[in-house]
Structures are given as C-alpha cells and as structure tokens.
Design a protein around this ligand. Structure first.
Ligand code: CIR
Length: 260
C-alpha cells in the first residue's frame, strides 16, 4: 500500500502570552519567548523538509496555548472535525481555526463536536483505519461518541483508551508505521496496543515518544537519544528539532501542527 502523501500543515505563531500557557511542568521554568520563536521557525523548516507546504497563522494573544493547533481540529482523509477543547481557557481556540480550515475544506466537509462533548486533538491517534481516542481530563466519553459517529460515517472506526496519568494519549503513545509504536508509562500495559511491535520509551525520555511520521521521514524532538537510536535501528530517516521551550508548557511535536 502506498503511504499517504501529506501536502499541507497548519501552524500558529506562539503568542507572548504563551508564557502563561497551562502547565504541569512549571519546574522546567518559564518559556523564553525569543527562543520559542526560534524553535518554532526551526520546527516549520523540519515540516517543510518532508515536502509539505506550511500555512502559518498569526499569534492570538488572548489564547496562551493557541500555538498547539493540533488540539482544536482532527483532520481526516474525508474532512476536518473541529473539536471542543476541554480546558476552558482553550475552548475559544476552536473558532479561531475555522477560517483556516475553510481555505482547505468545503463547508460540508467540516464537522463540529458539540457540548457536552469535549475533545482535544492530542488525544486522537490514527493507526491505519482506526482512531484511538484517549478519554482524559480534556476528552470525555460524549466527545468520543460524537467523534466515532462521524468517522464511522467515513468507513473508519474509533476506540477509546483511558488516560489517567498524563495530559493526552499522544503524549505517551504514537504510531510509527509498519505496525510499530513508541509507547511509555501507563500505555505500555494497555491491551489496545498488544498487537503492535513496541518500543518502550524509558521514563526519563518519555517526552521523546511524541514523534511525527510524514512522507517517509520522522521528525523527533532532539535530546532523546534512545528514541532516535531505536528509530534509526528500525531504518527510518530522522529529522531532529528542539522543542524544549514547548515542553515547559506540556507541548510536544505533534501538538504544534495540523498535518494533512
Ligand atoms: C495545554 O495544556 O493544553 C497546553 N499547555 C499543551 C497542549 C499540548 N497539546 C498536545 O499535546 N496535543
């Protein structure tokens, strides 16, 4: 089977207010804004190296976490699903993404999750034809059921996975391709991932589990040597980029873009 060919990414420039982004990692210190901007530019170049065009949306100061565009929409091969972000300070970000989605999708291919359902895109992991959806502090069962109904309409499916210890499902498990996952913490023993070849990312490198596979290349966060080593051993072509400023506000590689 031919690999899906990604053509576009959407990112949003981080706002100065990102220093006030929601975090459980305050011990890592405050975001250095200048460095965050430099890392964001390098991230865009890393995306471009996979052959996609990147649309850069302007910063939105009123939303400190709005650079994490992955959470506000899930882009499927059949249309875009606007989520209903579960953190009150982030919920308004969904309105801000709609104009950008309309540049790529006709009205009838844009779907909307509704209250009381909530979802963050960081909880949504596509493996082949099935979405694994974390039921987390941000994504509830109602949001999952609405999402499943939409994707079943596309001939796809969705299964729920409990997330208790970390922010989002994709913080701890990501599909590499070829039946392989990078997996850490609470997901290592989850039966939903039993059938996959797993690389159990060591606790101290858990942040590095969140990678992007796109157009035959893998983008990894720099500074997680066991992840890079394993991916090279598996034969993948790796691009490293530093997202240490985003780690301070719980953001990883995938959160910073929508890819389709
Ligand atoms: C938040 O707590 O919502 C942001 N500070 C981080 C969001 C990270 N998004 C993701 O993992 N998809």
């Amino acid at each position: 089977m031919n690999e899906y060919r990604y053509q576009h990414c959407i990112v949003r420039t981080p706002s100065h207010s990102c220093l006030e982004g929601i975090t459980t990692s305050a011990f890592l210190g405050k975001v250095d804004y200048e460095n965050a901007i430099r890392q964001h530019e390098a991230y865009i170049r890393a995306l471009e190296q996979t052959g996609v065009r990147v649309k850069v949306l302007p910063a939105r100061e009123e939303f400190p976490d709005s650079c994490f565009v992955e959470d506000v929409a899930v882009i499927t091969p059949y249309g875009a699903i606007v989520t209903n972000p579960g953190a009150p300070s982030r919920n308004g970000e969904k309105e801000a993404i709609i104009p950008a989605l309309k540049e790529f999708f006709p009205e009838e291919k844009i779907y909307y999750l509704q209250n009381p359902g909530t979802m963050d895109g960081g909880d949504v992991l596509l493996i082949e034809n099935c979405y694994y959806v974390g039921i987390s502090r941000r994504t509830n069962v109602d949001g999952f059921c609405q999402f499943r109904e939409i994707v079943r309409g596309f001939g796809m499916d969705a299964v729920a996975v409990p997330v208790t210890d970390i922010l989002h499902l994709k913080t701890g498990v990501v599909y590499v391709g070829e039946g392989r996952v990078l997996i850490s913490g609470e997901f290592i023993r989850r039966p939903e991932f039993d059938g996959f070849e797993k690389f159990e990312v060591p606790e101290e490198e858990a942040y590095g589990a969140n990678i992007i596979r796109m157009n035959g290349k893998i983008i990894v966060a720099s500074g997680y040597p066991s992840v890079s080593r394993k991916l090279r051993e598996w034969g993948y072509d790796i691009i490293e980029t530093d997202t240490s400023e985003y780690k301070k506000i719980d953001g990883g590689l995938t959160c910073l873009s929508l890819r389709f």
